[in-house]
Write a protein that binds this ligand. Sequence first.
Ligand SMILES: CC(=O)N[C@H]1[C@@H](OP(=O)(O)OP(=O)(O)OC[C@H]2O[C@@H](n3ccc(=O)[nH]c3=O)[C@H](O)[C@@H]2O)O[C@H](CO)[C@@H](O)[C@@H]1O
Ligand SMILES: C=C(OP(=O)(O)O)C(=O)O
Length: 422
Amino acid sequence: MQKLIIYGPAKLLGEIEIEGAKNAALPILTASILAQNKVIITNVPDIADVRHTIEILEYLGCKVLFENNTVVVDSSSIKRFTIPAEYAKLMRSSVLFMGALLSKFRRAELSNHPGGCEIGQRPIDLHISAFRQLGIEVFEHNNRIMCRCDKVKGSEIFLPIPSVGATENIILASIFCDGEVVIKNAAKEPEITDLCHFLNKLGAKIRGAGTHIIKIEGVKRLKSEEVVHKVIPDRIVAGTYLCAVAACGGEVVLKNVFPRHLDSILHILKNSGCKIKESKNEIWIKREERLKGGQRITTHYYPGFPTDLQAPVCSAFAVANGVTIIKETIFENRFKHVPELVKMGADIHVEKDIAVINGVEKLRGCKVFARDLRGGAALFVAGLSAHGVTEVMDADYIDRGYEKIEEKYSLLGAKILREKGE
Ligand SMILES: CC(=O)N[C@H]1[C@@H](OP(=O)(O)OP(=O)(O)OC[C@H]2O[C@@H](n3ccc(=O)[nH]c3=O)[C@H](O)[C@@H]2O)O[C@H](CO)[C@@H](O)[C@@H]1O
Ligand SMILES: C=C(OP(=O)(O)O)C(=O)O
């Protein structure tokens, strides 16, 4: 297991390029199996989840090149429609291969329930019920999910929860549908819009991405041209930098960002005393005075405050002046970072889905354990602001979603080492 050793406290200064979004790159790579020709996907983050997705593509029979954040996928020799259990267990997004494989082969099999971070139950009932509404037969046996159909039928699907994954899976499965599939109460996350832009470049006919109603008009076939697509910037990685500056102080310019994707966190940090300026693709943040608490933050579907930033923001407000209340409404088990922050001297109490943070003047470095991706990032942020040495164990979780995190924060003046942990 990997370990990150952080020598705090850091003051963050400089400019940093934000990498491409994990949650856009993963469904786009998955969708690339549908392309008629080679696809070239740029701004792909070099993270563990991308590497695993490429392994799945190769397993299925695609030829893939990954160099300098560009992935070239040639799916002309794809031959398999089964995702083996060991791959399914690695990542939640493995479930998206179901939709894509159904469009490709009208058959798909996931040999295990999709894995990923344990932040809640994360059932896939909405994916399965939507598939059935599309006329797809779904069999479940011992965690194994098998699907097949003759034709995906045009239908109207209402999602009781605007699930990101279910919205993406329905879109992927419906590309060649008979007539039109309409998703009502669809998720509106920017990563879904990016996936739809990519699919439309391939020749799909999708309207309404970014709104609550997405319409997929079935096409007979996709275009034969080569397609190039640049993945959108990672708003969660960008938001983590903002939390780090808010916690540590300093002055940083984030480059290659879409500020509009970060409205909810920018609003909170502005109200807490951070100076922030935004331009088309940049955010400048400066924090001089100690961060002011007193906020009530509730996680929500986009454009609300993202659950994926809940843990990093917890670390920022752990050292704010005053009390901050955070309510987690999306996942049932997403406060695993709190006991670790408490070890570092934070004063945080969790009662069901609410964390009450009494800001302390400073945290102390110690050995802490990452339990999931964003919780790990939160410990990393806490380590940057803490006095003394913080060892973040099981940093492999962080590597799922942050590209070379220690190198990037070192460019801003932080002192961090990576070691293979025990
Ligand atoms: C790879 C990826 O893009 N992951 C993101 C995606 O995860 P993911 O797609 O798994 O998240 P969903 O939007 O589906 O989950 C939202 C809520 O719906 C529930 N649910 C979901 C599906 C289902 O069939 N049944 C059900 O009950 C989940 O347990 C959760 O409580 O969106 C989450 C919410 O923004 C983010 O935290 C993840 O980073
Ligand atoms: C929960 C996350 O990812 P995944 O859905 O891939 O587990 C995340 O990115 O914070």
